[in-house]
Design a protein around this ligand. Structure first.
Ligand code: ATP
Ligand code: MG
Length: 316
């Protein structure tokens, strides 16, 4: 398993042990352990309902835990919420901007909550508007922004207090590909300057791009942890061949493939053949005259790790 690679002399930015949250009889977070080192970029990857947002809200001190230990920058967010939040930037999954206020004023008002003076906030707001590519929209009402612009404003707002730890819950949902890449670049720069990032996502490419280390969660439990590359090495082969034989034949052709691949997954629309040498495996499929309708060789991804661990696809 991927080890925790912070030095013991440096206290972790976040420490969770046996962390648990229940809603009545329902267990949303089922006793999870993790540590995030200062300056690290840490991810929670999992499907809908895995308990990612619940975990984030406990870290941010807006939701009380049911059990276990949790410390953020050495403090208990359940007991010292305001002190913890002073050093956190929180980007919730759902934008909760003040729709009535204008764009720039949203940043100013949020900064005022942290006791930052208006004099300091002026240049800060302008810098953050640039960061979010919203300078031209400074005077617009929030309700007149597109979904992607609102998302960018929410992210900019989370940076107003120069947080030590940034909690990003599904940061790029609703952003177009270009805006996603720009955001990843900006987050990377924050990380280079020492900000600790905690990111939830169900996008495997986002997890691979952003996270030094991540936990894969499902039904409130940790299924695996490690670096993206480490997880892929541990739970998958180097390459994957995706074959489509048509919905009728996908399941029946498998018997003729098993000895070619290390492992086979049958999905409703395709068959995945896991192999070190994908091209070689695909050539063998051809030699056997199996004639897939389409075929594709690719590198293994975190999606394959998730499928291996849970038998399910991440995005369903
Ligand atoms: N206030 C609540 N009352 C009851 N159940 C809740 C409450 N909030 C969350 N849950 C349940 O807890 C589980 C975890 O929810 P959570 O929002 O943490 O999932 P998630 O991993 O963030 O999912 P998504 O990818 O959809 O955002 C879900 O089954 C959800 O229905
Ligand atoms: Mg969520």
């Amino acid at each position: 398993m991927g080890g925790v690679d912070y030095r013991p002399s440096v206290p972790p930015a976040i420490h969770a042990h046996a962390l648990r949250k229940t809603y009545g009889d329902f267990v949303a977070v089922d006793g999870i352990d993790f540590e995030v080192a200062p300056g690290e970029s840490f991810g929670l990857l999992g499907p809908n309902g895995a308990g990612k947002s619940t975990t984030m809200r406990m870290i941010g001190g807006t939701l009380d835990r049911t059990g276990g230990e949790l410390s953020v920058l050495g403090m208990d967010p359940g007991l010292q919420g305001p002190q913890v939040r002073a050093h956190l930037g929180v980007i919730p999954q759902q934008d909760n901007l003040d729709e009535e206020l204008r764009v720039r004023e949203n940043l100013i008002m949020y900064g005022r909550f942290f006791g930052i003076t208006r004099a300091e906030l002026g240049p800060k707001a302008d810098e953050l508007l640039q960061f979010a590519q919203l300078t031209e929209k400074a005077k617009s009402k929030v309700q007149a922004l597109s979904g992607g612009m609102k998302r960018r404003l929410t992210i900019a707002r989370g940076l107003v207090n120069d947080p030590k730890v940034l909690l990003l819950d599904e940061p790029t949902t609703g952003l177009d590909p270009q805006a996603r890449h720009i955001l990843w670049d900006r987050l990377f720069r924050l990380k280079e300057n020492g900000t600790t990032l905690v990111v939830t996502t169900h996008f495997m490419d986002e997890a691979e791009q952003l996270c030094d280390r991540l936990i894969v969660v499902d039904h409130g439990k940790i299924m695996a942890s490690g670096s993206p590359q480490g997880l892929i090495r541990e739970y998958s082969t180097r390459e994957v061949v995706e074959l489509r034989f048509g919905s009728e034949r996908n399941a029946t052709v498998v018997d003729e493939l098993t000895d070619i691949a290390d492992r086979i997954e049958i999905l409703p629309d395709r068959v995945l053949m896991y192999a070190h040498d994908g091209e070689g495996a695909l050539e063998e499929v051809g030699r056997r005259g199996l004639n897939p309708v389409t075929s594709l060789v690719r590198r293994s991804s975190l999606e394959d790790v998730f499928l291996r661990l849970t038998g399910r696809s991440l995005v369903d």
